[in-house]
Design a protein around this ligand. Structure first.
Ligand code: B12
Ligand code: SF4
Ligand code: SF4
Length: 383
């Protein structure tokens, strides 16, 4: 065994160690900037498509090119971790009185799981090479992970802009190791979308102005996870019962026929987070929210914004009985939650009942935006 491992090249040993640590793909790209990624990032930012994700606009020159982030970088090791599941990831969307949480978030936060493994792999690489330096990134640093992963050949950026793998379909988490070692690069992957446009057509909020271009301001993932304020009124109905993220464009991709369930126990799905009754989610207090979503990405959203999302989903449920779950939210400390509750109640209550609630709550509402919600809903009732 020892004899065999001595014969492995550094790159082969790295790949074997990546597999041993639980990564499903490991390939290498040169540290040069991925072609056109910088220009396209600049155009995307200039169009305002990043919405209120100011951190995306903060350091574009560092994000556009690996050597802008770390001038010593010579090679980038790109890692993919499969998070596929058995069954239909969109099945929960049909249960309108239940909340749908996107597949990536119904489990331990991948940032934590992957970052630890990246550090272990980087330490292995440096000790094996006997020299060099390395830095590890997953998601949160200004790194364009998808174009880099395409340059390394993990897959290609599909028309929905995510990386699609011939082996794992849409379901890969990405991470990277930047190193000042010069490693032999792998070949890039080419686009295999062809004339398909399934991901573009299924999007509930029409978030793709063109193939390969996403307007994040319309994407349900942005609206339910990143956006801090009230969700724009014109997009609320299309969100349906999605309370955290969205998988529609990923799930319809034909390349998922090659996908398989994740083998990684630390990324195992938590069955209790599958289609939870909306009434129960609305009734969670802060401690209950934290306990239910402990160590998952949902916890980082915070209780108030989670309730905002739950209120919108209840408003979309068509179930008048769920209005009882909304009423306590009218007294919530967060105006964003109160405003969403007003909108949702207007979808479920008879006109007179809503008018009576408005008489009780609107005059003592301190927040201008929530007052506007009351005014809009009671005005539209008069029409
Ligand atoms: C910001 C961000 C978001 C934003 C914006 C998404 C976006 N597409 O930019 C929001 C909040 C909406 C989001 C949502 C999601 N995200 Co996100 N997100 C990121 C983040 C932090 C940065 C992405 C970025 O750089 N965007 C800027 C734009 C300009 O870059 P781009 O998407 O690569 O855009 C390219 C194309 O537009 C293309 N292009 C433009 N014009 C043209 C024209 C032609 C002809 C062609 C060919 C190409 C082309 O060039 C651009 C540059 O390469 C990355 C992590 C990271 N650091 O990379 C995770 C990341 C992309 N997200 C991830 C995931 C899982 C998701 C969700 C699936 C979560 C969910 N289930 O709800 C959704 C998917 C929504 C979607 N369809 O993209 C994964 C994706 C893994 C994968 N296999 O690709 C990442 C890589 C995190 C990770 N480490 O695993 N996300
Ligand atoms: S994640 Fe959902 S809302 Fe966002 S682009 Fe994909 S289908 Fe559209
Ligand atoms: S659904 Fe079709 S167009 Fe979209 S990424 Fe997959 S193959 Fe490409």
């Amino acid at each position: 065994m020892l004899r065999r491992s001595r014969l492995l090249s550094l790159e082969e040993a790295l790949r074997a160690q990546a597999a041993a640590l639980g990564f499903d793909l490991c390939r290498i790209a040169p540290a040069s900037a991925p072609p056109q990624a910088g220009e396209r990032l600049a155009a995307w930012l200039a169009s305002g498509a990043h919405g209120d994700m100011e951190w995306m606009a903060a350091t574009p020159e560092r994000r556009a090119a690996p050597q802008g982030l770390w001038s010593e970088a010579r090679s980038i090791v790109l890692l993919g971790a499969n998070y596929g599941a058995d069954g239909d990831p969109l099945a929960d969307l049909a249960r309108r009185d239940h909340g749908a949480i996107s597949l990536y978030a119904r489990r331990r936060d991948y940032h934590e799981v992957i970052k630890g493994r990246l550090k272990q792999l980087a330490a292995f690489l440096l000790s094996r090479a006997g020299a060099g330096d390395a830095k590890v990134f997953v998601d949160t640093a200004p790194v364009m992970e998808k174009p880099l992963a395409q340059a390394a050949g993990l897959g290609w950026q599909g028309k929905h802009t995510n990386l699609v793998s011939r082996r794992f379909g849409s379901w890969l988490f990405l991470g990277s190791i930047f190193t000042d070692l010069t490693l032999a690069p792998d070949a890039p992957e080419r686009d295999h979308c062809g004339s398909c446009r399934k991901c573009l057509d299924i999007c509930p909020t029409n978030a793709f102005p063109a193939p390969y271009r996403l307007d994040a301001r319309r994407c349900v993932a942005y609206l339910t996870i990143e956006h801090r304020g009230p969700i724009p009124r014109e997009l609320r109905a299309a969100i349906g019962n999605r309370v955290f993220g969205c998988d529609d464009c990923l799930a319809v991709c034909p390349w998922n026929k090659f996908a398989r369930a994740a083998r990684d126990a630390r990324l195992a799905l938590r069955p209790e987070l599958d289609a939870m009754p909306l009434a129960g989610l609305a009734a969670l207090d802060d401690a209950g929210f934290r306990a239910l979503f402990a160590a998952t990405p949902v916890k980082r959203l915070g209780h108030a914004r989670f309730l905002r999302n739950v209120a919108i989903a209840i408003g979309n449920s068509g179930e008048a009985r769920l209005s009882a779950a909304l009423r306590p939210l009218l007294d919530h400390a967060s105006p964003v939650t109160r405003g969403a509750a007003v909108w949702a109640l207007a979808r479920l209550l008879p006109r007179e009942e809503l008018a009576s609630l408005a008489r009780a709550y609107a005059p003592r509402e301190p927040d201008a935006l929530v007052c506007t919600e009351w005014a809009k809903e009671t005005q539209s009732e008069k029409k």
